[in-house]
Design a protein around this ligand. Structure first.
Ligand SMILES: Nc1ncnc2c1ncn2[C@@H]1O[C@H](COP(=O)(O)OP(=O)(O)OP(=O)(O)O)[C@@H](O)[C@H]1O
Ligand SMILES: [Mg+2]
Length: 419
């Protein structure tokens, strides 16, 4: 009997490159078209729930594609700190940009530096230089940012590169600070729109949770036209099967067709859950591999319980009882994986409360509780009056918590207690 491979190929995690990155062909093709724009008119928003594969698509597919096409890829994560004020955004952009530009130099003869000197001096375009240049420009912070990017572009053009792609993950943290009279997000959008209109080939790729795009539009309505939105979610059936089976090519452990079907069903084709279930299933088969009567089917109930304990239970344990009941009502909506409105929740809550003997919910209760669920990271407000459960398959988990537990077999422990 050939030995089962010791290393489990599946990788459930955040940003872990999967053994086979399945599907996403339409997104890849659309992204490639955007790289070929002559004048940059459209930027990209890549959005979806937690664990659908935004980070690996960006890092594992878009990045090599862009670099291959001759673009400079400037990438990192956005953090709240980058959006404290307008200057902080400039610092973030120049920190990242200088990773590339530090190998370039400008000399004091460069007209845009405005020097009149006979002694020729050279400076590398490192972070301190970029920030100093920025600070010395006239006008508002947005004028300073534009002027600096314009200056840098003149140097970059000489390198023959196609353009600069600023790719930021976790971009849902972007925000304006009206209370502090600081508009860092508006400045970012306005700057890119303005420099792109002048023909500079800077492009933005922002990736984040479904709250990202509404925030951009709220800051600057023209963001609607500036971005092509790529919303990703479940994999299509063929891609889902590839994600399950392809990593096992050449491996003595193989999932049967029935097992593949079962994984497709339980994971609902969501990438993180595919990796999670496949990893557990692989370990299960491996540990039984040498046994004479090796099992053929995956013990799905056990795997679901493990998924509940490892993935969902932590979020659930912090939710007070009354909020749990409201979440249960939401989980009973026909389209709980899609956006829903307050009215839909009020309607379903009445029915569910009656059926399951819960204290009734008034519209005011629902209105008061939704913001709490948003603060707890369990719901998103995706646009005006529309909400979404924040985690894929959360609805099914919640329903499992309220389903009446099957009549348990008396355990050995009960038996001993009775004696
Ligand atoms: N196309 C795919 N095929 C197979 N597995 C995938 C695919 N996309 C993502 N995965 C797997 O799903 C998991 C989640 O991926 P990733 O971290 O990129 O999601 P995300 O959308 O960035 O999540 P978050 O919002 O939490 O940052 C990882 O384990 C990754 O390996
Ligand atoms: Mg991510």
């Amino acid at each position: 009997m050939p030995k089962a491979k010791a290393v489990n190929p599946f990788k459930p995690g955040a940003g872990h490159v999967p053994p086979h990155l399945a599907g996403r062909d339409a997104e890849k093709e659309a992204f490639q078209k955007l790289l070929h724009q002559h004048e940059i008119i459209q930027n990209v928003v890549l959005t979806g729930l937690r664990g659908v594969g935004k980070t690996v698509l960006m890092e594992g597919v878009y990045k090599p594609l862009a670099i291959n096409e001759g673009w400079i890829w400037i990438g990192s994560d956005f953090s709240e700190a980058a959006f404290v004020d307008e200057k902080a955004v400039c610092q973030r952009l120049f920190t990242d940009l200088s990773l590339f530009t530090s190998t370039l130099t400008v000399s004091s003869s460069e007209p845009s530096l405005g020097f009149r000197t006979t002694r020729l001096q050279k400076w590398p375009l490192e972070y301190p230089f970029l920030m100093e240049f920025c600070d010395s420009q006239a006008g508002l912070q947005s004028d300073k940012l534009k002027a600096t990017l314009e200056f840098v572009w003149k140097q970059l053009e000489k390198t023959g590169k196609k353009g600069v792609l600023f790719a930021y993950d976790e971009a849902q943290v972007v925000q304006d600070r009206k209370d502090k009279d600081q508009y860092p997000l508006a400045m970012l959008l306005e700057t890119f729109q303005s420099i792109q209109r002048k023909g500079m080939r800077y492009m933005l790729l922002l990736s984040g949770l479904p709250t990202l795009f509404p925030k951009l539009v709220e800051s600057r309505t023209y963001a609607e036209r500036m971005f092509k939105v790529q919303e990703i979610g479940k994999l299509q059936l063929a891609a889902c099967k590839d994600a399950i089976s392809k990593p096992l090519a050449g491996n003595p452990i193989q999932f049967s067709n029935e097992s593949v079907e079962a994984i497709v069903k339980v994971s609902s084709s969501y990438p993180y859950f595919i990796q999670f279930i496949c990893r557990e299933a692989y370990d299960f088969f491996k540990s039984h591999y040498d046994l004479e009567q090796a099992p053929r089917a995956i013990p799905m109930d056990t795997l679901i319980r493990k998924l509940d304990a490892d993935f969902f239970a932590g979020r659930w344990s912090k939710v007070p009882d009354r909020q749990r009941e409201l979440l249960f009502c939401i989980a009973c909506l026909e389209n709980e994986e899609e956006e829903f409105s307050v009215n839909q929740v009020v309607d379903i809550a009445q029915k569910v409360a009656k059926k399951h003997d819960l204290k009734p919910f008034k519209a005011g209760d629902v209105n008061a509780m939704l913001p709490k669920l948003i603060d707890a990271g369990l719901l998103y407000k995706v646009r005006h009056g529309k909400y979404l459960l924040a985690v894929p398959l959360f609805g099914a988990f919640i329903r499992r918590q309220f389903e009446s537990p099957k009549k348990q077999q008396p355990s050995l422990f009960d038996f001993l207690k009775e004696r």
